[in-house]
Design a protein around this ligand. Structure first.
Ligand code: PLP
Length: 451
């Protein structure tokens, strides 16, 4: 037996460097939550002593296990391969935990835990619900929606969700940044979509599912919630639950839910429409082959952790941290989409400063602060958008609270000052040192920044 370092030092080194990048800087990507272990738990703990309370070590162990060796096309009790007695138990356990995590009655709701990712979960769910070239309405990408909700550009249909379905996006109100439910009501009445998709990648407020259900019912549409970004917060009871009003709910498992990278599809077990069979067959064989059993094991572990009271405290802290960042940025008179946040992310509109999100992303990158450029409503370019998205799930995993958020917001403020004053080189170096000191828990040196 050879360790990875012995068998392939090149890859081992890349993994070690990336691990160090994640821990020596500030991870503010809204779709990243848990901090993975790569070399070994012991190795990581020596690298960063504050990690001892992180539950994702267990998730990583399951995800890197022998289960990756097994083929298991089909469902528990109905496989196309032998030798699946343990895998059947695992998949059933994962399904039970998924329903429990969201307080769902197994007589009413079922779940498929096999999707490889959020994108395949969405495409499989669309395949189950509607026919090719049926009409869909999802939140537009520049308004915070996801690519898989029907996105296309003026020149081209660039996603499968716009190639295989007819798509007409709804929008946020330009002034407030809030979903324009009025216009959605009018446009859905005209367009008569077969499917309305709610959920987003960059929307800092909660959803009015009751209102969406009414719009869907009026027009004979299915209602699907893609709660990928907020599913951990929903599980913790910190956001509205989409389950009361939606026909199907999809999610990724690796954002606020803190699992490995994958997807889930929840469906109502409606006998008349045979939704259970439609969803299961849409996943396999329509869109996928054999399930990734190691990932399913990681999801099961993450779902167990999500049921723990400590997870509720984590979710509350994520929101408190996001609100603190929003408060400090607002105190500097920066413009935030919707003027604040109710969830794990802040969407920062840099256009009034004459800056682009790309510029701030670049400066932050050089200073070991990882954010992503993001479209804000009215933007026309996804390549050079006018905003930055800041997510607080990963830093909260590192036990950071409101006081640390004040420092993080000060770093972000500093990055903007650097961009505005063209002191780029000197400023970068200073900020880089501050971030390194802060990230290594030398809070005192970092606080010097505020002076
Ligand atoms: N749905 C939403 C709302 C997302 O934000 C994302 C990813 O960021 C996805 C789906 C796609 O997930 P994946 O990257 O796992 O395909």
């Amino acid at each position: 037996y050879q360790t990875l370092a012995e068998a392939d030092p090149e890859v081992a080194k890349i993994i070690e460097d990336e691990t160090w990048r994640q821990f020596s800087g500030l991870e503010l990507i809204a779709s990243e939550a848990s901090l993975p272990v790569v070399v070994s738990p012991d190795h990581l703990l020596t690298m960063h002593p504050t990690l001892q309370n992180l539950t994702s070590l267990a998730v990583m162990e399951a995800n890197g296990s022998m289960l990756t060796n097994k083929y298991s096309e089909g469902l528990p009790g109905a496989r196309y391969y032998g030798g699946n007695e343990h895998i059947d138990i695992l998949e059933n356990l994962c399904r039970d935990r998924a329903l429990k995590a969201f307080n769902l009655d197994p007589k009413v709701w079922g779940v498929n835990v096999q999707p490889y990712s959020g994108s395949t979960a969405n495409f499989a769910a669309f395949t189950a619900l509607i026919n090719p070239q049926d009409r869909i309405m999802g939140l537009g990408l520049p308004d915070g929606g996801h690519l898989t909700h029907g996105y296309y550009t003026a020149k081209k249909k660039i996603t499968a969700s716009s190639i295989y379905f007819q798509s007409f996006p709804y929008r946020v109100t330009p002034g407030t940044g809030l979903i324009d439910y009025e216009q959605l009501t009018t446009n859905a009445g005209l367009y008569k979509p077969r499917l309305i998709v709610c959920g987003a990648s960059a929307y800092p407020r909660d959803w009015d599912y009751q209102r969406l259900r009414k719009i869907a019912d009026t027009n004979g549409s299915y209602l699907l919630s893609d709660m990928a970004h907020i599913s951990g917060l929903v599980a913790a009871g910190e956001q509205n639950s989409p389950f009361e009003y939606c026909d199907v709910v999809t999610t990724t498992t690796h954002k606020t839910l803190r699992g490995p990278r994958a997807g889930l599809i929840f469906f109502r077990k409606d006998k008349e429409s045979d939704m259970e069979q439609r969803v299961n067959q849409a996943v396999f064989p329509a869109c996928q082959g054999g399930p990734h059993n190691n990932t399913i094991a990681g999801i099961a572990v993450a779902l167990k952790q999500a049921a723990d009271p400590a997870f509720k405290a984590y979710a509350k802290q994520v929101i408190a941290n996001a609100r603190t960042i929003a408060k400090v940025l607002s105190s500097h008179e920066y413009k935030l989409q919707t003027d604040g946040t109710d969830n794990h992310l802040v969407l920062w509109d840099l256009r009034p400063l004459g800056l682009t999100g790309s510029k701030i992303e670049k400066i932050c990158d050089e200073c070991h602060i990882t954010v992503n450029k993001n479209a804000v409503s009215g933007d026309t370019s996804a390549q050079v958008p006018g905003g930055v998205r800041v997510g607080l799930a990963a830093l909260t995993s590192r036990s950071m609270k409101e006081s640390e958020m004040e420092t993080v917001a000060a770093f972000l403020h500093r990055a903007v000052q650097i961009a505005l004053t063209a002191q780029k080189e000197a400023g970068d170096k200073l900020l880089k040192n501050f971030v390194a000191a802060f990230s290594n828990k030398d809070n005192e040196s970092a606080k010097l920044l505020e002076q």
